[in-house]
Design a protein around this ligand. Structure first.
Ligand code: ADP
Ligand code: ADP
Length: 227
């Protein structure tokens, strides 16, 4: 657990004539849940991907706790990301999908077993541990993706529209589940969505982006009360 700071962060893509994102300052407190919203093309995923290390930062600094991370490889950042398309390994079981990141980082067998079991209890995945992703529903796949993030016990979670491939009913129940899990674990989170209701339900604070800049930042009711 740690706070996450974005200081004057900007990105100009190679060949881009204007920055996709520019002058972003956000201080995310330890355990806080921040949701990024804004119209398509405003820079949400660019910003999230810079924090993850999937995109280089062309300006500014990103810190987790006191560590500057924007110069580090993704694997060194102590961040776990949950993707819209789940990004599960199709040939691996649910158990192996969850264990993979830990195994890669050299965790002991005992630690892996303990954490995978704990995550599968939290996410009610116990009955599915030996199945492959194709034998799961969309909601179950997204739970596995959450499990894979949880077992790492990272300093921060990043969510890239994780519920947008699910039907409306499941979106609502998964959203409550994510909210509860995040509060229980107390892991600092940055979540991107274009769904306003989802944003309002999940966020401690919302960041509204427009054309690569922060237009508003505040508690959901502060923002949506304004005309
Ligand atoms: P959002 O996630 O809010 O839809 P993006 O971060 O995807 O916004 O895009 C922000 C801006 O950066 C857009 O103008 C988009 O066209 C541009 N952009 C995104 N990815 C690339 C890329 N790989 N190369 C060049 N421009 C890009
Ligand atoms: P970890 O070891 O953190 O569990 P993975 O082995 O699952 O990570 O994936 C390695 C890296 O590949 C991720 O940290 C991410 O940078 C990238 N990645 C995985 N899936 C996707 C995806 N669907 N879209 C974009 N990048 C991805």
């Amino acid at each position: 657990m740690a706070h996450l700071s974005l200081r004057n962060v900007g990105k100009t893509y190679a060949g881009g004539n204007q920055p996709a994102v520019c002058g972003i300052n956000i201080e995310i407190a330890d355990g806080e849940f921040i949701v990024l919203v804004g119209p398509s093309g405003c820079g949400k995923s660019t910003l999230l991907r810079m924090v993850a290390g999937l995109e280089t930062t062309t300006d500014g600094e990103i810190r987790i706790g006191e560590r500057v991370v924007n110069t580090l490889d993704p694997a060194e950042r102590d961040i776990a990301m949950v993707f819209q398309n789940y990004a599960l390994y199709p040939h691996m079981t649910v158990r192996d999908n969850m264990a993979y990141g830990l195994k890669n980082r050299g965790a002991s067998k005992a630690t892996i077993t303990e954490r995978v079991n704990e995550a599968s209890r939290m996410l009610e995945l116990g009955p599915y541990l030996d199945r492959k992703p194709r034998a799961l529903s969309g909601g179950q796949r997204q739970r596995v993706a959450m499990g894979r993030a949880i077992v790492r016990q990272p300093a921060a979670f990043l969510f890239d529209e994780p519920l947008s491939n699910l039907d409306a009913k499941l979106r609502v129940s998964m959203r409550m589940e994510i909210r509860k899990l995040q509060k229980r674990l107390g892991t600092t989170s940055l979540y991107v969505t274009h769904d306003q209701l989802e944003a309002m339900t999940l966020a401690d604070r919302l960041v509204v982006l427009n054309q690569g800049k922060i237009e508003q930042i505040g508690a959901p009711l502060e923002i949506y009360r304004k005309p």
